[in-house]
Design a protein around this ligand. Structure first.
Ligand SMILES: Cc1cc2nc3c(=O)[nH]c(=O)nc-3n(C[C@H](O)[C@H](O)[C@H](O)COP(=O)(O)OP(=O)(O)OC[C@H]3O[C@@H](n4cnc5c(N)ncnc54)[C@H](O)[C@@H]3O)c2cc1C
Length: 278
């Protein structure tokens, strides 16, 4: 187990924002994850940090990184992987074995545990559609379920707790050329529409009744508005980007301003998809 003390955390979030963490633990296998998570039941589990806003002030709650947990195996049309496997890697493996069903997630910069926790989705697909089973740690016990509950950008792990250790995805046999073409098409859509040239953490807010919120953000003239080093993206106003040197305070100020203006004009309460750690 690696243990870092008083270490900078911005590098562990795709927002590239954050102060210092007092303790960062990096388990090297699932048994070490179980041990450290049992020792520190309130620790923050981190996937790829692509939905996280870390605080500017020192983080005293231990942080557990899952990025060294990378086992993957393929049996027939299922892939079993550790929580720390990046979605890009999972997609490469699915392509190699001509397994289809995961393509929707290509380009989501998360790891398997974070993707299941968030029920990440895009282009009409979401993790709920392809889960066969999840092994997780809850109240010090390792458990398994073949019917975890999911809702829009949420899961039982988000609402009721539980650390996702490993999961098995059920895919279908497909054609490698078709899978590759779909992956390329979906990446092109992301490059065209998302501000990938600046650090960010994806959509700031959840959809409202299935509707994207950028139109409300545009409706209150927040596109392009800056606070310190943070800016409501000019390319996609559903994203906040770090232009350089942004602080968590800059981002939360923009979030509060957007929420207030949208509430005042449309009587809509926007809910954050971004997870703010304090
Ligand atoms: C450019 C960009 C594009 C994006 N596009 C999309 C998109 O199209 N669709 C979409 O849904 N999301 C999108 N996202 C958001 C993000 O990538 C997803 O929410 C992703 O699933 C988060 O995974 P992660 O591993 O980075 O999780 P993290 O950000 O590390 O963590 C998110 C939450 O999951 C918890 N968590 C992580 N691992 C575990 C575990 N093993 N057990 C229990 N809890 C855990 C964390 O504690 C935290 O509460 C995008 C983000 C960016 C930056």
């Amino acid at each position: 187990m690696l243990h870092l003390t008083n270490a900078p955390i911005a590098q562990y979030s795709t927002f590239n924002i954050g102060g210092i963490a007092k303790d960062i633990y990096i388990p090297q296998n699932i048994d070490e994850l179980i041990d450290i998570a049992t020792t520190y039941p309130n620790a923050i589990i981190l996937g790829n940090g692509s939905k996280i806003l870390f605080p500017d002030s020192p983080l005293t709650t231990p942080l557990i990184l899952t990025n060294h947990l990378k086992n993957i195996s393929v049996t027939n049309n299922t892939i079993t992987a550790d929580c720390g496997v990046h979605l890009a890697k999972l997609n490469q493996v699915a392509l190699k074995y001509s397994l289809t069903g995961l393509e929707f997630s290509y380009g989501i910069p998360g790891r398997l545990g974070g993707a299941i926790f968030m029920n990440a989705g895009a282009h009409g697909g979401e993790f709920a559609d392809i889960i066969h089973s999840v092994t997780y740690l809850k109240n010090g016990k390792v458990m398994s379920t073949t019917s975890p509950s999911f809702s829009y950008r949420s899961s039982q792990f988000k609402t009721d707790g539980g650390i996702i250790l490993q999961a098995t995805l059920k895919l279908s046999n497909g054609n490698a050329n078709d899978i590759k073409a779909k992956m390329s098409q979906l990446i092109a859509l992301r490059v065209a529409s998302q501000p990938l040239n600046h650090p960010n953490c994806g959509s700031t807010f959840k959809r409202i009744n299935g509707e994207a919120v950028y139109k409300y953000i545009d409706g209150v003239n927040m596109r392009g508005v800056k606070c310190g080093g943070a800016q409501v993206s000019t390319k996609h106003s559903g994203f906040i980007v770090n232009l350089g040197g942004a602080t968590a305070r800059d981002v939360t100020t923009l979030v509060k301003t957007i929420k207030q203006k949208v509430k005042d004009k449309y009587n809509i309460n926007l809910q954050e998809e971004m997870i703010t750690i304090s």
